[in-house]
Ligand binder design. Structure first.
Ligand SMILES: NC(=O)c1ccc[n+]([C@@H]2O[C@H](COP(=O)([O-])OP(=O)(O)OC[C@H]3O[C@@H](n4cnc5c(N)ncnc54)[C@H](OP(=O)(O)O)[C@@H]3O)[C@@H](O)[C@H]2O)c1
Length: 239
């Protein structure tokens, strides 16, 4: 969907990838942008940068907060579900509460947002939704088993959503980045893409009406493996 003149909403816009997604949407020419965060005071810098930005409180896990955001942002045409959390732990020994937190935010939080905003996007349509998933939604890595499962659930939901809204004038993009250099992976020694690069490729794919994007060099290579042989990616990441 061409983003010029659209009204977008980004979750988790106060830092990390979300703050860069805001910049890229503004650069793509959106008319208005709701930058949202659990604590809107943390959006001061993002909001100061451009008069098109409206700062809003939004906790994607809290249904009342999501319903309030629908009321506060009735003109949205583009929803970017970026908010996410990561608890480290492997499948046999990881803290189950961490697994549950990841599932609550990454799966149920994203689901809450999609369900709440689809009627509004349909009314304002045509519309678009971008869900920020991860390459490791498609095949897990051992130390992030709960996170991978939560993102795999969100991936499946994204596919179901795409089919459910196809006749309602709403496009759905799934984004599958590899490691990104943000707070989420602070302290992890791995190749990490610059969040500005990842954000620009996600927004370009959204603008081009793509269904799927691997928005950095590492995920593009691994994504090609996945598309030709999903079991080969599973073996690669398990190793
Ligand atoms: N970093 C990576 O390597 C990587 C790779 C692939 C995909 N991703 C995905 O990219 C997205 C952005 O992550 P990031 O790397 O930018 O991580 P980050 O720097 O840790 O930022 C996470 C963002 O999500 C927000 N958030 C968490 N729980 C929320 C909730 N219940 N309601 C609203 N906002 C909430 C955080 O807000 P607070 O400031 O209030 O905590 C923060 O703005 C996530 O979906 C993540 O899974 C990240």
């Amino acid at each position: 969907m061409k983003l010029q003149g659209q009204t977008a909403l980004v979750t988790g816009a106060n830092r990390g990838l979300g703050a860069h997604l805001v910049q890229e949407l503004l650069a793509a020419g959106v008319l208005k942008l709701y930058a949202t965060a659990r604590d809107a005071r943390t959006l001061a810098e993002v909001a100061r940068a451009d008069s098109r930005v409206v700062a809003l409180d939004l906790d994607v896990v809290d249904p009342e907060s999501v319903a309030a955001a629908v009321q506060a942002a009735p003109d949205v045409t583009v929803l970017v579900n970026n908010a996410g959390v990561l608890a480290f732990g492997d499948v046999l020994t990881g803290d189950v509460e961490g697994f549950q937190r990841d599932m609550a935010t990454n799966y149920f939080g994203t689901l809450n947002m999609c369900r709440a905003f689809v009627p509004l996007l349909e009314r304002n349509g045509p519309g678009a939704i971008a869900n920020v998933l991860t390459l490791i939604a498609l095949a897990p890595v051992a130390p992030m088993a709960g996170y991978c499962a939560s993102k795999a659930a969100a991936h499946s939901m994204t596919q179901a959503l795409r089919a459910a809204v196809a006749t309602r004038g709403i496009e759905v993009l799934g984004a599958y980045p590899g490691g990104i250099d943000t707070d989420m992976l602070a302290g992890v020694d791995a190749d990490k893409a610059a969040p500005a690069v990842v954000a620009s490729r996600i927004i370009a794919a959204l603008n081009d009406g793509e269904s799927l994007v691997f928005p950095d060099d590492a995920s593009a290579g691994a994504g090609a493996v996945y598309l030709s042989d999903p079991v080969a990616l599973e073996r690669l990441l398990a190793g």
